[in-house]
Design a protein around this ligand. Structure first.
Ligand SMILES: NC(=O)c1ccc[n+]([C@@H]2O[C@H](COP(=O)([O-])OP(=O)(O)OC[C@H]3O[C@@H](n4cnc5c(N)ncnc54)[C@H](O)[C@@H]3O)[C@@H](O)[C@H]2O)c1
Length: 300
C-alpha cells in the first residue's frame, strides 16, 4: 500500500489507536500531522515516526471547536502542501449510568467525539473540495454506538451520531470523490485496559509481549492497536476509492462489516394505526421478534 505524496491528519494520535494509525500511515509513505491535547505524547509520537523514517509534525490542540479543526487543516497545508486524509480519532470517556450522568459528563463527550468529528470533517471537506482531487474522511465509531452500552449514554449517543454523519457525508461528498467511512475498532489501549476481562491479558502483553490468545483475537476481536491500523491505511488508499458510507469493524484477527439500521418488519392498516390496533397486532406482527440491544458480553 503506497500513500507517498498523501498528507493525513490523525486526531488524538499521541497514543493508543491514533498513534498506531499515524505510524501505519507514515510507514505507507503519507506525511502525518499528529494531533493530541497531550503535548508530550504528540511530540513522542512524532519522534517515533521520524525515527522510523516517516514524516510527521505535531499540532497540539484540543479538538472540538472549529478553530481547532482549522488549525489542523492549516498545519497540514502549511507543512506539507495539501490534505488528503482526515482521521478523527480523539476521544474521552465519562462513563456513568443515566441517573448519575451530569450535564458536563454528557457535554464533554459530545464535544470531543461528535463535535470534534463534525468540525474536523467539515474543515477537511472544505479543503479537499478546493483541491478537487478527492479525499478520505475516516472516523472512529464504537460498538457502543452501534448497539448501546451500559453506563455510556453520552458515548453511545456520540458514536451513533458519528456513524449517522458518515452516511450523510458519503452522499454529500460523493461528487467530489471524497469517501467517508466509520472504523469500529476493538483494541488494548488506555481506554480499554481497565476492563476486568481484558486487564490480565493486557498486563502480560505489556510485561513480556505475551500475545493475546485466539479466544481474544478471534473470539471477541480484541487485539493490539496495531491490528486496527491496516484498515485505516486501506481506507486512505486508492484501493478504497469506491468504499464509502460504511461502518467497518476491526480488532484482533477479525474484519467485519456492520449493517446499517433498517426496517425489518412492517404492517399496514387502512386509515392508520390506533393504539388499540397496534396493541392487538403487536405480539404476532411487527413486534413478534424484537431487536436485541447492548454489546453481547464477551465469552472467553
Ligand atoms: N480502544 C478500543 O477498543 C475502542 C473501541 C471503540 C472505539 N474506540 C475509539 O477509538 C478512538 C481512540 O481510542 P483509544 O482507545 O486509542 O483511546 P486512548 O484514550 O488510548 O487515546 C485517545 C487519545 O485522544 C487524546 N484526546 C482526548 N481528547 C482530545 C481532544 N479534545 N483533542 C485531541 N486529542 C484528544 C488523548 O490525549 C489520547 O491520546 C476513540 O474515539 C475511541 O472512542 C476505541
Amino acid at each position: 500500500m503506497d500513500l507517498s505524496g498523501k498528507v493525513a491528519v490523525v486526531t488524538g494520535s499521541g497514543r493508543g489507536l491514533g498513534l498506531a494509525y499515524a505510524r501505519a500511515l507514515a510507514a505507507a509513505g503519507a506525511s502525518v500531522v499528529v494531533n493530541d491535547v497531550d503535548a508530550q505524547a504528540a511530540e513522542a509520537a512524532v519522534k517515533q515516526i521520524t525515527e522510523d523514517g516517516g514524516r510527521a509534525v505535531a499540532e497540539v490542540v484540543a479538538v472540538g471547536t472549529g478553530e481547532a479543526a482549522d488549525a489542523l487543516v492549516n498545519r497540514a497545508v502549511n507543512e506539507f502542501g495539501r490534505l488528503d486524509v482526515m482521521v478523527t480519532n480523539a476521544g474521552v470517556l465519562r462513563d456513568r449510568v443515566l441517573w448519575k450522568m451530569s450535564d458536563d459528563d454528557f457535554d464533554t463527550v459530545q464535544h470531543v467525539h461528535l463535535r470534534g468529528t463534525f468540525t474536523c470533517a467539515r474543515a477537511a471537506a472544505i479543503r479537499m473540495r478546493e483541491q478537487g482531487e478527492g479525499g478520505r474522511i475516516i472516523v472512529a465509531g464504537s460498538p457502543a454506538g452501534q448497539r448501546g452500552n451500559f453506563g455510556q449514554t453520552n458515548y453511545a449517543a456520540a458514536k451513533a451520531g458519528i456513524a449517522a454523519m458518515v452516511r450523510t457525508w458519503a452522499m454529500e461528498l460523493a461528487k467530489a470523490g471524497i469517501t467517508a467511512n466509520t472504523v469500529v475498532p476493538n483494541a488494548a489501549t488506555e481506554m480499554t485496559k481497565t476492563m476486568p476481562l481484558f486487564a490480565p491479558y493486557i498486563e502480560r502483553y505489556e510485561k513480556d509481549g505475551t500475545p493475546f490468545p485466539d479466544s481474544l483475537r478471534k473470539g471477541v476481536a480484541f487485539g493490539t492497536a496495531e491490528d486496527c491500523a491496516g484498515l485505516v491505511v486501506f481506507l486512505a488508499s486508492d484501493a478504497a476509492k469506491d468504499v464509502t458510507g460504511q461502518c467497518v469493524g476491526i480488532g484482533g484477527d477479525k474484519l467485519s462489516l456492520w449493517s446499517h439500521p433498517q426496517e425489518i418488519s412492517a404492517a399496514y392498516t387502512d386509515g392508520g394505526w390506533s393504539a388499540d390496533a397496534i396493541a392487538a397486532v403487536w405480539p404476532t406482527s411487527v413486534g413478534r421478534l424484537p431487536e436485541t440491544y447492548g454489546i453481547p458480553a464477551p465469552q472467553l
